[in-house]
Design a binder for this molecule. Structure first.
Ligand code: SF4
Length: 255
């Protein structure tokens, strides 16, 4: 058990877990909805030596957002994500307690600025966070003024007023907490699950977005990233970016 945040950081070898609000341009667009977002970026698929995207496909890996952004910073970003991912798998309890401290900081900072806080934990991974249970250190509970149960809790228990959301390719995440919104993410291998999804379905298109797809209305998912604000029963249309523009795997839909 670690006695303070400095000890945790030194032991994990990571300085921070969440990307600051506003640093991710698409998440920054959520501010117009009165929402301030923060994102956790881990290393996708098996890049760290640990599997974080069990239902990824060749197409989504090739177009993964992991490769988006300024190439000059990519090496440092990738190294930081690999370190975080190793910390998550190798020192789960310390990682989760550090995450709770950062989440509490994000919630407080959002409220100070009159925004609603939101969090994406799977910025570049696909982990079942609803199943990640850990023991909250007593000093962390005191610092964030949390007086609930500290044994085998999830982040959703600790921050019931914070809206979490993610995209997922795991088609069987049926029981998620009420403050965790999921959008199913279609790739070239999971279309049969997309067709019968109760969740909204995100689809990447090569050109102009169609009006309907899979028998559902298509909305422009690039206007903002705050998926909990979407109506139910729709397709979230995303335009191909970066390496997705040259996709030939079937991941990006060409109409
Ligand atoms: S599942 Fe998502 S995060 Fe994982 S490789 Fe595919 S696009 Fe990237």
């Amino acid at each position: 058990m670690y006695l303070n945040l400095k000890q945790i950081k030194e032991n994990l070898g990571v300085n921070s877990l969440l990307t600051n609000e506003g640093a991710n341009p698409k998440v920054a667009k959520n501010e117009k909805l009165g929402v301030l977002g923060a994102v956790l970026h881990l290393a996708p698929h098996t890049l760290s030596g640990y599997q974080t995207c069990p239902m990824s496909s060749a197409g989504c890996r090739a177009s993964c957002l992991m490769t988006a952004g300024n190439p000059a910073y990519l090496k440092n970003k990738t190294e930081a994500r690999i370190k975080r991912t190793k910390a998550f798998f190798e020192n789960r309890e310390a990682f989760m307690n550090m995450l709770v401290l950062e989440l509490a900081g994000h919630v407080a900072s959002s409220k100070r600025q009159n925004y609603d806080p939101s969090i994406r934990l799977n910025g570049t991974s696909d982990i079942r966070w609803e199943s990640v249970r850990f023991n909250l250190y007593q000093w962390v509970a005191e610092r964030i003024k949390y007086s609930g149960n500290c044994q085998k809790v999830t982040v959703f228990d600790i921050f019931p007023d914070c809206q979490f959301y993610d995209y997922t390719k795991l088609h069987n995440r049926k029981k998620v907490p009420s403050n965790y919104h999921l959008t199913f993410s279609m790739n070239e291998t999971n279309q049969k699950f997309a067709e019968k999804q109760p969740l909204n379905v995100a689809v990447v298109f090569a050109g102009k977005l169609p009006e309907t797809y899979l028998g559902r209305s298509v909305i422009d998912g690039d206007e903002h990233d705050y998926r909990p604000a979407d109506p139910s029963g729709i397709v979230v249309g995303l335009k191909a970016k970066g390496k997705g523009r040259v996709d030939d795997t079937g991941f990006v839909i060409q109409l």
